[in-house]
Design a protein around this ligand. Structure first.
Ligand code: ZN
Length: 436
């Protein structure tokens, strides 16, 4: 890899540069200093000078500091992207058959790439949106386009990487995220977290943003700016979501896929009032409605993914569950859990029958034949989009598409109502009637 290649389509600070510095590089001040404010050119955040002044008199940007500190005495260094990739090569190796609805969407996405415009693909959970993108990606690769697939959450990236590797085994691509071990390489295809986009400048011909409505991308002005700056002036952007926010729905043309890949409807959540479930938990008891459901399911060898709003509930709930079902194998997982990856893998391999989790597993995780429960669905953590995503973990298998989804609540919220209505509407849109 040459030093030029390491700078194509990038914007790096002096201490991040490949040395010796390639000739003909471009550079510009990393911050613009105005009367009272300074502006970061990497993330476009505005700061009052007094707030971000350093002892040496320079200024810095706190907003994007996790990617290396931008200061007002720094420059951003760049070499224009020249698309030095092999053309006309067919990289697509494996493609599961697409349904006619998926094929139709796939053709439309390719058309967006040709026309270099933007679109929002609203595909229900389990629609198979990743596979749907493969033909369009292959088309872009053949033309020598540089393509980026970004997602706000690293879990989504880690789940996507092996699937893309399988589909495009001979295409070298880089996977970029905060804790990555591999050094950066110049590749035609980049799979990364949305934070990593801050290091790119006019690099991509095609940018896909997956789970565009999820934290931390949604409502984050810096990351939204990074996405705009990472693409070339003439490029296409494809936004993917199962639960798009209202502002995106108004901003962009929409492609709609309401049917899951296996052709069955989304499981509609049952909503069950359970009174003060926290009080029962303090006495190490599960409320009888939840206990009855678990007893029914576990005795039929069904498995459960159980969501709660806070980490501290995991232990209390685990203790109550252990008391009620001493023979059942269970575990719990949360974002800071060092064994997180292993536990999820063990659950997938059926080493546990019950997994208690926080919302970290709300998206991007596919486990077949699983009932999904939310305990305390009234929590503000569970907004409508989160509840729709959680419900979408169920019924992913073409043989076991009728898994149960139950929201247990102590008071009914507008989020619960909107989530259930949304799922019913999506089913209707897909041509299923209310009774299903
Ligand atoms: Zn910044």
């Amino acid at each position: 890899m040459t030093n030029e290649e390491l700078l194509f389509g990038r914007q790096l600070l002096s201490f991040q540069l490949p040395l010796p510095l390639p000739k003909n590089y471009l550079s510009w001040p990393a911050m613009v200093i105005q009367n009272k404010t300074v502006i970061c050119k990497r993330c476009n955040s505005f700061w009052n000078k007094t707030v971000v002044k350093m002892p040496d008199g320079n200024f810095y940007c706190p907003n994007c500091i996790s990617l290396g500190r931008v200061t007002s005495d720094e420059l951003l260094y760049h070499l224009p992207e020249g698309n030095y990739f092999e053309k006309n090569r067919d990289y697509l190796h494996l493609l599961n058959p697409l349904t006619s609805a998926q094929l139709e969407i796939s053709e439309k996405i390719t058309d967006i790439i040709v026309r270099q415009s933007a679109i929002l693909l609203w595909a229900v959970t389990g629609a198979g949106k990743t596979e749907m993108m493969f033909l369009s990606l292959n088309y872009a690769f053949k033309l020598g386009m540089r393509v980026c697939w970004a997602a706000p959450r690293v879990d989504v990236i880690l789940e996507l990487a092996p699937r893309l590797k399988k589909a495009f085994p001979d295409l070298p691509f880089s996977v970029l995220y905060g804790q990555m071990e591999e050094p950066y390489s110049y590749r035609q295809f980049v799979l990364c977290t949305t934070h990593q986009l801050l290091r790119f400048f006019h690099a991509f011909d095609v940018l896909i943003i997956d789970e565009v409505d999820s934290f931390p991308y949604v409502n984050n002005l810096g990351l939204n700016f990074a996405a705009k700056q990472a693409v070339k002036p003439h490029s296409s952007q494809i936004y993917l979501s199962a639960t798009p926010p209202d502002d995106l729905l108004q901003e962009l043309p929409i492609l709609y896929l309401a049917k899951r890949f296996h052709g069955h409807p989304l499981p509609v959540p049952q909503v069950v009032y359970v009174g003060n479930w926290r009080k029962a938990l303090q006495k190490k008891r599960l409320v009888h409605q939840i206990k009855r459901e678990l007893k029914r399911g576990l005795s039929h060898h069904e498995r459960y993914l159980i969501f709660v709003s806070e980490i501290k509930l995991l232990n209390i709930l685990g203790a109550a569950f252990q008391k009620a079902f001493p023979l059942i194998k269970w575990t719990s997982v949360h974002a800071q859990d060092p064994q997180r990856k292993q536990k999820i893998m063990d659950f997938r391999q059926k080493n546990y029958d019950v997994l208690f989790t926080t919302t970290i597993l709300e998206r991007g995780v596919t486990i077949k034949k699983i009932n999904v429960i939310v305990i305390g669905a009234e929590s503000p953590i569970f907004n409508w989009a989160t509840l729709v995503q959680i419900a979408g973990r169920a019924g992913r298998d073409s043989k076991y598409f009728a898994d149960r989804v139950i929201f247990y609540y102590s008071f009914y919220t507008s989020a619960i109502k909107k989530a259930v209505n949304q799922i019913k509407q999506l089913n209707q849109k897909a041509g299923f009637n209310e009774s299903m």
